[in-house]
Design a protein around this ligand. Sequence first.
Ligand SMILES: Cc1cc2nc3c(=O)[nH]c(=O)nc-3n(C[C@H](O)[C@H](O)[C@H](O)COP(=O)(O)OP(=O)(O)OC[C@H]3O[C@@H](n4cnc5c(N)ncnc54)[C@H](O)[C@@H]3O)c2cc1C
Length: 375
Amino acid sequence: MYKKRIIIIGGGFAGLSAAQYLSRHKRHVETWLVDQRENNLFRPLIPDAAGGRIPSHNLLYPFLAFKEKYGFNFHCEQVNEIDFSRNEVVLSEKRVAYDYLILATGSQTSIPHSGPYRQFALKLDSIYNADYIRNAVKSGTYDRFVVCGGGYTGIELASNLHNFIKKSGLSTEVIIVELMDKLLGTLPQWMSTYVTRALTDLGVQIRLSTSVNDLSENEVILSNSEHLKKTLCIWTAGLEASSLSRNINADKVQKGRIVVNNYLFFRDNCLAAGDAACCKQNNECSRMSVQCSIDQGRIAAANAIADNRKVPLKKYIMWDPGFIIPMAEGKACGEIFGIPVKDRTAMLFHYLLSSYRATGVSNRFNIARATLKAV
Ligand SMILES: Cc1cc2nc3c(=O)[nH]c(=O)nc-3n(C[C@H](O)[C@H](O)[C@H](O)COP(=O)(O)OP(=O)(O)OC[C@H]3O[C@@H](n4cnc5c(N)ncnc54)[C@H](O)[C@@H]3O)c2cc1C
């Protein structure tokens, strides 16, 4: 029997959720997963790996193991082109035809194209960079770290990093530089007040209404004229959709996310899910989050199958249980089902959920162990 071929590009939360759903339809569907990496990366815990709280290898799980589990074909390569007119994904050595395509290429740190930022600032989106930061602390290469961006990633990183430095008996400074006049600019004021206090108590320095004006390999110059020598700049200010989704010809919103309809389609037989997709709910894009990505991946896969069978499609309705901003020394804050939570309750919730969502016994165990230490 001819099986329909569904190609998923990107094996993050959305792509793997789609692959898991399709594994139940193996008799009718041949699934391909293409990812530029060999391992799935558990992104929410990268700041913890940079701060030495969780061994970085516990954030990785090989796609080949997922392949065994879900029975898809795996191809490791960065996709740079999709030929929509012929329904083909263009790989370096071949073109692979698809009946349905699910684009789940996620997002990346958005660093300005002009100026020296791309060359000298470090992004926090790989294990390699998390390891680099940890090793730089241990070897005393820098006198200080400047974390550019006072959003949730910058705050998580700065607190974890400062804690790691303190535990290592060092005095390297950690400075958060934020363009707005408060941390967590778009979130409720109580969270901004809470994190500002928690960071200050820890000893993290905060520069508000300030930006990084210039930088080189070892020096950072701030808009308030501070020249910081022997300093590494880590860029956590802003996210944008991955380069593939930004470059393809489709309707997009500001950060390059592809606009999809309520059923997650952006063309006849192409769907997008996770951070790469913008499914508007009450005129706003679905949140870039693990829960939205998992739900969208599953619904995109279900709708590819439903569309092929000509049965009614499933509408995506955003379900957002909330978010937590975990810091060091038992400090954390966030909202769960709209209810404000903070301190150890919030911390416990974050790590237990992370442990539940991680894959592999040893990964789960080490994340749970870090939870007990953190609370
Ligand atoms: C530091 C940090 C902390 C976070 N904390 C939280 C949190 O606490 N809670 C929460 O809900 N969310 C959190 N998030 C957001 C969350 O991680 C994302 O929303 C989620 O990972 C999006 O899932 P995704 O599947 O869409 O994309 P991703 O997880 O980014 O996966 C995309 C995949 O596509 C692959 N890919 C990209 N381009 C290509 C290409 N051209 N060819 C082949 N493969 C490609 C990548 O290698 C990757 O494997 C955090 C993010 C970061 C960076």
